[in-house]
Design a binder for this molecule. Sequence first.
Ligand code: ADP
Ligand code: G6P
Length: 483
Amino acid sequence: MVVSPLLIGMPEMRQSSLVVVANRLPIDDSVAPDGACEWRRSPGGLVSALHPLLRHTPATWVGWAGRTGPAPTLPDVDGVRMQSVPLSTEDFRDHYEGFANATLWPLYHDAVEQPEYHRRWWEAYQRVNQRFAEVAAEVAEPGGVVWVQDYHLQLVPALLRELRPDLRIGFFLHVPFPPPELFMQLPRRAELLRGMLGADLIGFQRAQAAHNFAQLVAKVLELPATDRQIAVDDREVRVGAFPVSIDTAEMAALAARPEVAERARRLRQDLGGPEHVILSVDRMDYTKGIEQRLKAYSELIAGGHVKVRDTVLVQVAMPSRERVGQYQILRERIEREVGRINGEFGRVGEPAIHYLTQPFDRAELAALYRMADVMAVTPLRDGMNLVAKEYVAARVDDTGALLLSEFAGAAAELSQAYQVNPHDLEGLKQGLLAALQADPADLSRRMRGMREHLHEHDIRAWARSYLSALDESESLTTRLRTD
Ligand code: ADP
Ligand code: G6P
């Protein structure tokens, strides 16, 4: 069955009844020189969501191991099989950096940066999707379930169905799905829609995305489509919103540890014991609204509304997709702006912004969340934004304020956050001030409400609702330990 040249000669693959297919594996093969592998929590929502879910589940995760060239053989991690897919340097350039992250990513995020269209990138996208489909077809047991993830792999469902009609195939998009007027720009729009329709169930973060998809299918493919189901040949494809979440209990337990609370106190001391700490944690991405946030903050200082002596901003911005031009330009602009603000408003030993580009382990992240009075999560557009949910889960004493963009998927659920339009600079400034000056009793009421919501709507609830919709039979949900 395997036809892609890069797959020839790969060792025989074992089969599983549940296969997750995502562009990235959650494990970095370079950290396993002696065979002792650990999960790598790459700073991205997809890995953060699926990692706690799959641990100790007899499943296979198909993905790319993060290095170009032949696919490494990886050991099982926490009982999960790691099946790597090879990517050549051309695949990496034209599929990952090109079509996935310079065409689809900006287009799907309201085109806040200009999407680029190149025929060579589309060829690579098809080629790489074909390879992922072939590997998934090899490792799925007869009658098994294959759950394809995200925008890098939108052609996989249809390609896989051709190879293995016996499988039950799910597709979940972690990012927004754009309105028709944007999606219609794509030169190969019909192929992308047909690719997704190979799935039995197509999941989105929000109902609006399911609606956009149904409208496009009706318009471009002229198929009968509602926001819940689409008729394709003799099949029925179901469509729906399944807002992804976090392992709420795990984050809460971590944040409640005495050593994490102590670390949060120390961090605050190290910041000079300010009255207020504002925190932001983002992948360095132009969708995250980092520049707008910095501008709002600097205007608050310049206008005398915020004093550097009393208030500090900690901005964690983990570099991402570093060879893509738009990301390089973004980093330069952010670093220039941080330098300007600190130069203008900071004092010796008292910078206005503490700027960090390092990866942190989960305990350190939990300590940062516990340290912050205000968490500023203000993306211009975001599929969900798990950082917002992690902050809420970590506030085990019901303190703290969440400032949240209304353009993050999380805004639909976290209605008690201070919601802002990040494009509206004055609104952003007012929102920050309101969060800084809020009444503790009001904050506590809001935070309790949001924590209760996340307690119920955690990552296991997400998997349960998706998988039971994929197969109404209860037996499927037992393939994952979702209880
Ligand atoms: P995205 O998927 O666009 O990156 P999310 O907010 O949904 O945005 O997910 C980001 C994930 O990456 C979160 O789980 C967050 O804890 C993690 N993360 C972000 N920055 C860092 C960092 N510097 N170190 C470790 N993890 C990080
Ligand atoms: C977002 C995407 C994920 C991606 C992650 C990190 O969360 O939805 O699919 O893995 O960003 O991006 P990267 O390009 O490093 O995989």
